[in-house]
Write a protein that binds this ligand. Structure first.
Ligand SMILES: CC(C)(COP(=O)(O)OP(=O)(O)OC[C@H]1O[C@@H](n2cnc3c(N)ncnc32)[C@H](O)[C@@H]1OP(=O)(O)O)[C@@H](O)C(=O)NCCC(=O)NCCS
Length: 178
């Protein structure tokens, strides 16, 4: 797949670039990122380079992942990232984070809505799956805001910093996006 740019008005989704590296490293020092995601710890520039090139670029190239930077529509500055991990059966799993300095003003919700619309309408996905460690109410709040239905709790579903933890799981199907 060719990397895409999507314009959602309040946010833009665009390919990750080397000039995002510093902001990615900064965002990944945040306690909430460490608490709720599987980012390496400690997190430095080599990890950010890996994210931009090995994870994102390669994902687009081999059709396994569509990885976007969430950017400010005016300044183009990095505000976070959202990705769809694509399975061969027209389904995908979504992942996202918003940098601490961009939180609490609808960026996560807008980015989620935009990438899900693209996934359903352009890629023809039949199911987008969301999962988060139990207790990640921020992640759940924005998933539900765009139409994801929480289906339940999977016991010891995720390995988080060496420990197995329970996960909420949910999905968004065609026609459900809000
Ligand atoms: C979860 C996250 C993406 C939210 O991004 P955001 O841009 O701040 O979210 P929004 O501003 O769109 O918030 C939408 C709603 O969720 C609520 N919300 C956001 N974070 C919240 C939190 N930590 N606790 C409770 N509610 C939260 C907001 O109050 C808002 O509610 P409202 O619509 O009733 O006003 C961001 O906090 C984050 O990156 N967290 C760390 C990484 C992470 O957990 N990623 C998901 C892994 S599954």
């Amino acid at each position: 797949m060719q990397p895409e740019c999507l314009d959602g008005g309040t946010v833009v989704l665009r390919p990750l670039r080397d000039d995002d590296l510093q902001a990615i490293v900064e965002a990944c020092q945040d306690p909430e990122m460490i608490r709720w995601t599987t980012i390496p710890q400690p997190y430095g520039e080599p990890h950010a380079r890996d994210f931009v090139h090995a994870f994102a670029e390669r994902g687009w190239a081999d059709d396994t992942r569509a990885v976007f930077a969430i950017a400010d529509p005016v300044t183009d500055a990095y505000l976070g990232a959202v990705d769809l991990r694509l399975a061969p059966d027209e389904s995908a799993e979504i992942g996202y984070h918003v940098a601490p300095w961009a939180r609490g003003r609808g960026v996560g919700t807008a980015a989620l809505r935009l990438v899900c619309r693209w996934g359903l309408e352009v890629l023809g996905l039949q199911r987008i799956e969301w999962q988060a460690a139990v207790g990640n109410v921020g992640s759940r709040r924005i998933a539900e805001a765009v139409g994801f239905v929480v289906e339940g709790t999977c016991r010891r579903r995720l390995v988080h910093r060496g420990e197995r933890v329970d996960a909420w799981i949910g999905s968004l199907l065609p026609g459900e996006l809000r």
